[in-house]
Design a protein around this ligand. Structure first.
Ligand SMILES: Nc1nc2c(c(=O)[nH]1)N=C([C@H](O)[C@H](O)COP(=O)(O)OP(=O)(O)OP(=O)(O)O)CN2
Length: 362
């Protein structure tokens, strides 16, 4: 399977806007609050195939959004939807290697656009519920009644066809609301169809109910905990498990003037993605706990260590480190097909070699 390496970077900016043009026209309803002057802590994101370094890409993105910071977006673009902002930043970045540019206006919603204006619109929701997994082995922690603050992301994919806006975030909220009412402050095991409420079962249950309401729905993501969850697209289950490690490094091949040649460190975030068919008895693909167990020997080499001491890794730049992790994890985690490795929040690499949707941006 071909491997794709994306460099990813993020840059924040604070800005005011009004989602209507100078003529008072807007894709939003007349009473929509976003038509009033308001502000957001925006986050711009870029994903590029090839960059001299993650930091270079971050600096290019930060430079591109700098004029927008503490400014009025309507002075820069007539209709400052997240989609148009992504287009504006993409044009200013002018990097041939860019795969997508995203803008999120809040922590809970955003739009990512590729070069052909294929848009990925997403919005995050949350509900609080109890559950237990009835088929796990005796003593497994998830067999006990417990609960989570579950988070769900609804993803919609469409080509924008030059429109200012794709699927309205409010539309995502509207289709979500009846499901929130069924799930929030309930025990999932009591809900028909959720007698074995794994992340996988829940993602498929949500998909079946939402897809007829929203044709553009492309994925449903269920965050069972802050470190683990499942994406489902009507056919494929893709789970992830996050690991954090604290490591020191020097990058001896960097430019002589670059401070990363000095001994420094990062709090890394590693997201392991696995694709596997559903085990219909367990209701899951691979137990998150097993992912953690299989990864433990690798984790122990990474966490609170100097990455320059790792055997078989010449230089611990994020791309080389992600490839090293892929090699080390292959035997224990054969279902692994993507690794996201962030050195700093939003900045790192995505290494993908799976068959299905390597580009899912979140
Ligand atoms: N593939 C799945 N594996 C597991 C599921 C699931 O739904 N699908 N569910 C569970 C448990 O319900 C559990 O609550 C979550 O598991 P885990 O990530 O192991 O939880 P931790 O609190 O131990 O997470 P850490 O952040 O690693 O401490 C189990 N597996």
């Amino acid at each position: 399977m071909n491997e794709t390496l994306f460099y990813v970077a993020a840059a924040p900016f604070e800005a005011a806007c009004r989602v209507e043009n100078a003529l008072g026209q807007s894709p939003l309803s007349a009473a929509h609050p976003a038509r009033r002057l308001h502000g957001h802590s925006f986050l711009a994101k870029v994903r590029a195939i090839g960059a001299s370094s993650v930091e270079a890409l971050r600096q290019q993105l930060a430079h591109s959004v700098a004029p927008l910071d503490y400014n009025d977006l309507n002075q820069f673009l007539p209709m400052p939807t997240d989609e148009n902002l992504a287009r504006w930043i993409r044009a200013r970045l002018a990097l041939p290697s860019v795969a997508s540019v995203g803008v999120q206006s809040t922590l809970h919603q955003g739009a990512d656009l590729d070069l052909a204006d294929n848009a990925h619109i997403w919005r995050r929701f949350r509900f609080e519920a109890a559950h237990r997994l009835p088929n796990v082995a005796p003593g497994h922690q998830c067999g006990r009644m417990h609960g989570h603050g579950f988070e769900v992301i609804l993803h919609a994919n469409q080509n924008l066809q030059a429109q200012d806006m794709g699927v309205d975030f409010d539309r995502l909220a509207a289709v979500w609301q009846p499901l929130h009412d069924q799930l929030h402050h309930h025990c999932l095991n009591d809900i028909p169809g959720l007698d074995n409420p794994t992340s996988e079962t829940l993602a498929a249950w949500l998909w079946e109910r939402l897809k007829p309401e929203l044709d553009a729905l492309s994925w449903v993501s269920v965050y069972e905990t802050v470190t683990a969850g499942c994406h489902y697209d009507g056919q494929h289950y893709r789970i992830w498990k996050d690991q954090r490690f604290e490591s020191a490094l020097t990058l001896s091949r960097a430019d002589p003037a670059d401070s990363v040649r000095r001994l420094h460190g990062h709090s890394y975030l590693l997201r392991l993605h696995l694709t596997a068919p559903l085990d219909t008895v367990m209701g899951w693909t691979v137990d998150y706990g097993d992912v953690k167990t299989q990864f433990k020997p690798i984790y122990q080499q990474l966490d609170h260590h100097n990455l320059n001491d790792l055997t078989g890794l010449d230089e611990p730049d994020p791309a080389s480190l992600a490839r090293w992790i892929r090699t080390q994890a292959a035997a224990g985690l054969p279902q692994l097909d993507r690794i996201d490795l962030y050195e700093t929040p939003g900045c790192g690499v995505v290494l993908s070699w799976g068959e299905h949707e390597p580009g899912l941006p979140v």
